[in-house]
Design a protein around this ligand. Structure first.
Ligand SMILES: C[S@@+](CC[C@H](N)C(=O)[O-])C[C@H]1O[C@@H](n2cnc3c(N)ncnc32)[C@H](O)[C@@H]1O
Length: 224
């Protein structure tokens, strides 16, 4: 077995230490003592954009917000599903993750930060959500392990009643709030429905290697 090589270290604004590791062709982002994501487990990150941007196939000028960057798979998949005159904003909390994408990880997802339609926001994704009113066609969140399994404590607010209200307000009528999670969380589904979203859940294979694990994606559509 090839040993993991530590490539770089970074720190989130809340002090959480992140590490980039490599073993052969596989990259790993390690955060706070566990694996945040592996480059082998891109399937559900891509599915988040597949489901979350499905309604934008014929949209001339879509505006999509993705949070966070990770290894760029969700961002790349969103870019691949919107038109040439669309904009995909990518909000990333940790500047080191952006640096790692530029230095090491860019080729994994075809250098999505270099696409002219990408607008990078070095920020908590909650900031652009709060600032927007009826503006986004889709908001796609993969910033943590899910509504009830948090790596960053402050992300709790994104999945609670207030965060859901803010996402609802930021979306255009007919817009979609897509959320990735390590696992199902029926109470999150209920909160989305209570706010008035039309909710669908999708169980998606975690890895292209078919390691047998599944992740959960919500698509919550705002009424027209
Ligand atoms: C699991 S990774 C995302 C993986 C991504 N879907 C992909 O395709 O590679 C989570 C990312 O969200 C970032 N993050 C965590 N909390 C955030 C927040 N509140 N706002 C923006 N980015 C955040 C982390 O630094 C990390 O880069």
């Amino acid at each position: 077995m090839i040993p993991w090589e530590k490539l770089a270290k970074g720190k989130a604004p809340d002090g959480q230490v992140l590490e980039l590791r490599r073993r052969g062709h596989e990259y790993l982002i390690y955060a706070g003592g566990y694996d945040l994501m592996s480059s082998e487990d891109d399937t559900s990150s891509i599915a988040l954009s597949d489901y979350g941007c499905a309604h934008l196939k014929n949209a001339k000028r879509a505006r999509v917000l993705v949070g966070g960057l990770g290894m760029g798979y969700t961002l790349r998949a969103a870019l691949d599903r919107v038109s040439a005159s669309s904009i995909v904003e990518i909000a990333e909390l940790v500047s080191s993750v952006v640096d790692w994408n530029r230095e090491w990880l860019g080729d994994l997802a075809g250098k999505p930060l270099e696409d002219p339609r990408t607008k990078l926001l070095l920020s908590d994704v909650r900031k652009p959500i709060r600032a927007a009113k009826n503006s986004y066609d889709a908001i796609l969140l993969d910033v943590d392990n899910g509504p009830d399994a948090l790596a960053h404590k402050q992300n709790d607010g994104l999945y609670g009643k207030r965060g859901i209200d803010e996402a609802y307000g930021a979306l255009k009528p007919g817009g979609v709030f897509g959320v990735w999670s390590f696992d199902d969380d029926p109470s999150f589904t209920r909160r989305l429905e209570k706010r008035g979203f039309k909710v669908e859940t999708h169980r998606v294979s975690a890895s292209k290697k078919g390691r047998g694990r599944y992740h959960q994606i919500w698509t919550a559509r705002k009424g027209r």
